[in-house]
Design a protein around this ligand. Structure first.
Ligand SMILES: C[S@@+](CC[C@H](N)C(=O)[O-])C[C@H]1O[C@@H](n2cnc3c(N)ncnc32)[C@H](O)[C@@H]1O
Ligand code: SF4
Length: 419
């Protein structure tokens, strides 16, 4: 697959700071991702870069982020920022310890032309905290619900019971955000079909605008990934997952939701909640990743190293990868397919090439297999195609992420990472 799409034998990220002035020159608009790497507890299945929240570290992190923003404000100048996402970790750990200061600096430094999307933890969503979130201008909120049956919440070691998480979501829904998204994980150890069905209905009844339903992915470097075999958990097979996703699809479709990405289902007339909505973006913070047409680069994952590097006036970039034309096109295609529908004209606009000439034969084959519909300028994935994309993602992307994130967690400044 990799060779077919990118022409590369290996993808090698190297310890090298790219020439950023050049990469920013011909960009018209971009997105910003801000990573908050703190949590109150470490969940056993979670692959993201995070550590236990400490107020002193958060204060130094705030200053480091502001320094990184100032560095980019010269490079980005007046270019419009059309997507802004705050993820983690748990961004709401910094609700009263630096988040507002960071947001003010973002608005002072960049030409912001978008709403703010932010992730949150259910235990942080008191009515007062929700009011604080709204007063910061955050109008799209995501909540990590994960499960709605107490026994599964216990397996995931989530620090709440079903009744409490439902109340937190309902409080958020009542506040009138433009979009409330909930994350839900299915195919949990020993989970039954009827539990998935019950949870699917409960998610709809809570009145949320969007549901992101992921199967449990097992990353080898997480506690659950490494102990799963030892505990003899029965992780659902590919076909069991397919059936569970089918149950959720039919509940969400009959409640009027539409599919807006591989994992997400959104109510009609609601703008979808999505991490970065534009193809090019800059990632701020420890482990922030940036994608700028011909280069991808990644900050160090190590929070203390991230802070120290910026305090000594250097950039915290740990690894970078120059992207060949084929890699740029394959990357573009991967993200557009992830959104489950796209216009071929977007490809022409970005690369000046005819989409059908480059990918036409694959599209014809996938269309014959019933994986997608090729309607003039539009490519639309079917539910079957979307499901097999899940499987591919599980086999390939999770593998890539495990290597890249696993190595970056172990070593703040790896010489190179080979994918
Ligand atoms: C950064 S967390 C969400 C915010 C907050 N930290 C929380 O836990 O509530 C992002 C989401 O990724 C999903 N996630 C994390 N690990 C996962 C895994 N191993 N498999 C599938 N989904 C996962 C969860 O649904 C989680 O809510
Ligand atoms: S799932 Fe959320 S709270 Fe748990 S470790 Fe991951 S980011 Fe932190």
């Amino acid at each position: 697959m990799r060779r077919l799409l990118t022409g590369e034998k290996n993808i090698v990220l190297k310890q090298r700071i790219p020439l950023l002035e050049k990469s920013f020159q011909d960009i018209e608009e971009l997105g910003i991702y801000l990573h908050i790497p703190f949590c109150e507890q470490i969940c056993p299945y979670c692959p993201y870069n995070k550590e236990i929240y400490d107020p002193d570290v958060a204060a130094r992190y705030t200053n480091a982020i502001k320094t990184e923003i100032s560095f980019y404000s010269d490079l980005i100048g007046n270019k419009p920022v059309t997507s802004f996402y705050i993820g983690g970790g748990t961004p709401t750990t910094m609700l009263y310890s630096g988040l507002m200061e960071i947001l003010e600096h973002v608005y002072k430094s960049f030409n912001m032309r978008c709403d703010i999307h932010m992730e949150s933890h259910p235990n942080h969503l008191s009515s007062d905290n929700l009011n604080t979130i709204i007063s910061m201008g955050i109008d799209h909120l995501s909540i990590g619900v994960e499960a709605l049956q107490d026994r599964h919440l216990k397996t995931l070691k989530r620090p709440y019971i079903s009744k409490e998480v439902k109340a937190a979501v309902e409080r958020a829904v009542d506040k009138g955000f433009k979009c409330v998204n909930v994350d839900f994980i299915f195919a949990l150890p020993d989970q039954t079909y009827s539990e998935v069905e019950q949870a699917g209905h409960a998610l709809v009844e809570m009145g949320v605008d969007q549901i992101a339903a992921y199967p449990l992915f097992l990353f080898p470097y997480t506690q659950m990934g490494s102990t799963v075999k030892a505990n003899n958990y029965k992780i659902s097979s590919i076909f069991k997952r397919r059936k569970m996703l089918g149950i959720l699809e039919s509940i969400f479709y009959s409640a009027g939701f539409r599919r807006t990405s591989v994992w997400a289902f959104t109510r009609p007339d609601v703008p979808k909640y999505c991490s970065v909505t534009v193809p090019l973006y800059v990632g701020l913070g420890a482990s922030g990743g940036s994608y700028l047409k011909d280069v991808f680069y990644l900050n160090t994952f190590h929070v203390a190293e991230y802070i120290n590097t910026l305090e000594s006036g250097r950039m915290p970039i740990a690894l970078s990868l120059d992207l060949s034309d084929n890699m740029q096109m394959a990357g573009w295609l991967y993200w557009r397919i992830y959104e489950t529908r796209f216009a071929k004209i977007g490809f022409k606009k970005r690369f000046g090439k005819d989409f059908n000439k480059i990918y036409g034969k694959y599209v014809r084959l996938l269309s014959l297999l019933g994986f997608l519909k090729d309607k003039e300028d539009q490519i639309i994935l079917s539910d079957k195609g979307t499901y097999w994309l899940h499987v591919l993602e599980d086999l390939f992307s999770i593998d890539y992420i495990s290597i890249l994130w696993g190595d970056s967690k172990q070593n703040p400044w790896p010489d190179k990472v080979i994918l």
